[in-house]
Design a protein around this ligand. Structure first.
Ligand code: AMP
Length: 210
């Protein structure tokens, strides 16, 4: 069973949704740099103050900040059954830094076309407390505007508005897409089509992890 897993793919490809399912089923820890940064912004920390401008425009937060954040997080975890990296690494420099920390067993790449991503992201609603994600038509919460898991009021992330979404996709193509060949070269890449039923995609994810 693979235990150190990187989730790759553009924003909106389903990394969070599939990562959450792995977390629940396998007891792995999901580390999402996006969730950590949003928490830092909400708490008004130094990191949050620096990160906010980059996040609002759809750009990447500088590598050194992210690499330090991730290293500290990994060290604080201690022994866990597995780790799912969601939204990290996003640049080759970050991938090289991660390789120095631990051995990645699998890079799961979710492939989804741009127009589907735009529709998914602009219709996404997120929970500020437990970070669960919903979609207004594909995965609505049982009670409108309320998180099924923790009861908090859902919100639309500022960077899920259309203009920023398009910038995030451009940033993905320029900075993150090269990671597909980075992991392909090491033989660790598995690409899965990221469209269709969430559970059908999850079945393929589990197969790749065996
Ligand atoms: P996400 O929730 O993964 O879509 O991330 C939201 C935003 O946080 C991104 O658009 C970036 O501005 C920033 N971010 C998250 N992860 C990283 C990362 N690994 N490197 C640089 N910036 C990141």
């Amino acid at each position: 069973m693979k235990s150190m897993i990187v989730l790759l793919g553009p924003p909106g490809a389903g990394k969070g949704t599939q990562g959450e399912k792995l977390e629940t089923e396998l007891g792995y820890v999901r580390l999402s740099t996006g969730d950590m940064l949003r928490e830092a912004v909400r708490n008004g920390t130094e990191l949050g103050k620096i990160a906010k401008g980059y996040m609002d425009s759809g750009a990447l937060v500088p590598n050194d900040l992210i690499i330090n954040l991730m290293k500290e997080k990994i060290e604080s975890l201690g022994k866990v059954p597995g780790i799912i990296f969601d939204g990290f690494p996003r640049t080759v420099e970050q991938a090289e830094a991660l390789d120095k920390e631990l051995d990645i067993d699998l890079a799961l790449n979710f492939d989804v076309e741009d127009e589907v991503l735009v529709s998914r992201l602009t219709q996404r609603r997120s929970c500020p407390d437990c970070n669960a994600v919903y979609h207004l038509s594909n995965k609505p919460p049982a009670k409108e505007g309320i998180c099924d898991k923790c009861g908090a009021a859902l919100y639309q992330r500022d960077d899920d508005k259309e203009e920023t979404v398009r910038n995030r996709l451009k940033t993905y193509r320029e900075k993150t897409f090269p990671l597909v060949s980075y992991y392909e070269k090491t033989g660790k890449l598995v690409t899965i089509p990221g469209t269709g039923e969430i559970d059908a995609i999850f079945a393929q994810v589990k197969k790749a992890i065996q």
